[in-house]
Design a protein around this ligand. Structure first.
Ligand SMILES: [Zn+2]
Length: 112
């Protein structure tokens, strides 16, 4: 009999270590981790987003780290980074992003 593997049973050890180490080392805050399909639809996430398996997280930073440094760090944990930018022009200060570079939205880290 084959066992149904729930996303929560996937070995996320390396991914979780990567996100936690990166967050503490580079001073980041996690703004998104596990998503339901409904939530993923609402935020226009890709249909096969790794957030659905809990193998992706979005982070914002007190000071946005150099992308190459962050990528090299995450690679050691078998993870990759996608830097996301704001698509709409800013209309005013965004309190949670006052320390971020212009148009930076978040870094998406996922298990490769
Ligand atoms: Zn993401």
């Amino acid at each position: 009999m084959s066992k149904v593997v729930l996303p929560g049973e996937i070995d996320a050890t390396e991914f979780i270590h990567c996100v936690m180490q990166a967050a503490f080392l580079f001073k980041g805050s996690v703004t998104s981790w596990i998503r339901t399909e409904l939530h993923n639809l609402a935020v226009h996430g890709p249909r096969k987003s790794k957030h659905l398996q809990g193998l992706a997280a979005d982070l914002v930073w007190d000071v946005v780290p150099e992308l190459t440094r962050l990528e090299a760090f995450c690679k050691d944990y078998g993870c990759r980074v996608r830097r996301e930018y704001e698509h709409e022009p800013w209309v005013g200060p965004k309190p949670s992003r006052v320390f971020s570079y212009d148009h930076f939205s978040h870094d998406h880290i996922e298990k490769a």
